[in-house]
Design a protein around this ligand. Structure first.
Ligand code: C2E
Ligand code: MG
Ligand code: MG
Ligand code: MG
Length: 283
């Protein structure tokens, strides 16, 4: 019986592995034509300064709607694009579309900041700064209106190299943010040498601050450490008024989260941006 069960487990395991492999291949194939078939689009999640409840900008979030596979999360397809090499093209597309949208808003007198995610592979590419300089130039975007986000994990893969890349991006005048902070293993010593403007505190800590002392302590020390280094903080994934209140007490500068705004399509983001007093829209 045990033998029988063991064999079944192996079969289950194999079937599961095969299913996952074929899903990966299916996604990789479908991704090849996603751009030309217009299946990708950008959403914009509002970012707010806590002082004055002011809209400061939007994080650009990539969306993929496939005709038969349905909507696929970036958390699933970005890693696929990274391992297949397609991320170079997709990452460039995101930068280009984001900056083109920002240029259209600026032409209407709507000024804002866009925060754009960089994948690990994109961050390592040697012509990244050049690509960004060209895009800023062709859309006539002031560099301080663009913030580039890289995750703490990406920064820590090779801290010395990351420092160099961050410095060359910084020289362009763009803003820099470390995303998902708290999930990696950066030391204070390393962080000191990163020329970044913002630490984005990972949602996993933010979600627990109202009921778990450990998470609250963690968030408090991240904010203090950032402030000692002259870096500002943004809390990700704020969903409740209680979380917001605690973050305010801890003197976190900014938030992003479902409480004050889901990722919006382009038209809704524009409406928010155009409303004279966007804070009045808050619940
Ligand atoms: P991220 O950069 O940390 O983005 C924040 C994620 O948290 C987004 O998920 C957003 O929709 C979600 N979120 C925001 N507020 C809340 C909240 O209050 N509650 C909850 N539960 N979730 C919230 P999304 O859009 O599914 O993106 C997932 C990840 O995919 C992103 O995490 C980022 O790492 C990656 N990603 C998205 N767009 C791009 C892109 O254009 N390029 C690259 N390289 N990665 C991207
Ligand atoms: Mg991000
Ligand atoms: Mg994040
Ligand atoms: Mg994340």
């Amino acid at each position: 019986l045990a033998k029988q069960r063991g064999r079944n487990n192996v079969q289950f395991y194999t079937a599961d592995l095969q299913a996952r492999m074929s899903r990966l291949m299916e996604l990789e194939n479908a991704l090849r034509t996603a751009i030309e078939h217009n299946e990708l689009c950008l959403y914009y999640q509002p970012q707010w300064a806590l002082v004055g409840q002011r809209l400061t900008g939007f994080e650009v979030l990539l969306r993929w709607q496939h005709p038969t596979l349905g909507s696929i999360s970036p958390a699933e397809f970005i890693p696929v694009a990274e391992s297949s090499g397609q991320i170079a093209q997709i990452g460039h597309w995101v930068l280009k579309q984001g900056l083109a949208q920002l240029a259209r808003w600026r032409h209407k007198g709507l000024d804002t900041l866009l925060a754009i995610n960089l994948s690990a592979v994109q961050f390592r590419s040697t012509d990244l700064a050049e690509q960004i300089a060209e895009l800023l130039e062709s859309y006539q975007i002031p560099p301080e209106c663009l913030e580039l986000e890289l995750t703490e994990g990406t920064a820590m893969e090779d801290p010395a190299q990351a420092r160099l890349q961050l410095s060359s991006l910084r020289q362009l005048g763009v803003r820099l943010a470390i995303d998902d902070f708290g999930t990696g293993f950066s030391s204070l010593a390393q962080l000191r040498h990163f020329p970044v403007d913002t630490l984005k505190i990972d949602r996993s800590f933010v979600q627990d601050i109202d009921h778990d002392q450990g998470s609250a302590d963690m968030v408090r020390s991240i904010i203090q450490m950032a402030h000692n280094l002259g870096i500002s903080t943004l809390a990700e994934g704020v969903e409740t008024a209680r979380q917001l209140q605690l973050l305010q007490q801890l003197e976190c500068e900014a938030i992003q989260g479902f409480l004050w705004g889901q990722p919006l399509d382009c038209a809704s983001a524009e409406t928010l941006l155009a409303s004279k007093n966007s804070a009045a829209i808050l619940p």
